[in-house]
Write a protein that binds this ligand. Structure first.
Ligand code: ZN
Length: 260
């Protein structure tokens, strides 16, 4: 169904002329499946509503692509890169709101994805917004009720795919999941390897400085051995981040007493 304001727009369906005052992006020719505001070349932003099918310049595009490229969720207009990143931070904080890290100090869970994203930006020098957003969201599918579809609708298919790449299959038993992380690491995309690396740096630091109260020294050392093997499959994407991991690992091994 096409909403009344789209019908009024009549046959105007083609690309926007060069001299059209810019909206946030080029307008969709029709919008669908999501409640959103739609940019009209003559009328500016208008409430869109939910309609069937999306196309752009006659080419069908996914809802998620429309969300990220042409349509902005209601109430969010002219969202820039920082705005999208902060929306991901708020989304992740909201999803992890009742979770704490396993460590003795029980720090808020959100500290972890924020540390991972910050490390990617400031240690690895990552500037790709989708990678930083995926880092902020990297545990939402695995550890909260967030679905792939939700991530795709809110942040686009690239973010969704990256988060999926670093998500364990929770239907499998824990030892199998841990084995698969080692096996799959070399097959990950470079961006997913970066997230995985920063994730392990954050976890190794936690195991060294604030381990779960019920973890024995042996279990902590086993974790370090396992993380070393996962990271071995992620190397070659960022020298600085790999050095950060090596430093965190060296420090952890010094701090954690030998089991014998
Ligand atoms: Zn994580």
């Amino acid at each position: 169904m096409i909403p009344a304001d789209r019908q009024r727009a009549g046959p105007r369906r083609g690309p926007v002329p060069e001299n059209t005052p810019p909206g946030p992006q080029k307008p969709p020719t029709s919008a669908g499946g999501v409640t959103c505001d739609v940019w009209h070349s003559r009328e500016g932003w208008k409430p869109g509503g939910t309609v069937a099918g999306i196309s752009y310049n006659g080419m069908p595009i996914s809802e998620a692509e429309a969300m990220t490229r042409f349509i902005i969720p209601s109430g969010v207009k002219n969202e820039g890169h920082l705005g999208t990143l902060l929306r991901a931070v708020v989304f992740s904080a909201e999803r992890h709101r009742n979770q704490r890290r396993k460590g003795v100090d029980g720090s808020p869970y959100i500290n972890h994805p924020l540390e991972v994203a910050e490390m990617l930006a400031n240690v690895a020098g990552v500037q790709d917004l989708n990678v930083l957003i995926a880092a902020v969201l990297h545990d939402t599918i695995e550890d909260t009720k967030t679905t792939s579809r939700e991530l795709e609708e809110a942040f686009g298919s690239q973010v969704r795919l990256l988060v999926e790449e670093v998500t364990d299959d929770k239907s499998l038993p824990k030892p199998e999941r841990k084995r698969l992380q080692i096996e799959h690491a070399p097959l990950l995309s470079p961006s997913a390897k970066l997230i995985k690396l920063a994730d392990k740096v954050s976890n190794v630091r936690d195991i060294a400085d604030r381990p779960p109260a019920d973890w024995t020294v042996e279990r902590r050392r086993e974790y370090l051995d396992w993380a070393t093997r996962v990271v071995a499959g992620c190397r070659g994407v960022s020298e600085t981040l790999e050095r950060e991991f090596d430093n965190a690992m060296r420090r952890a091994r010094q701090l954690i007493p030998s089991a014998d």
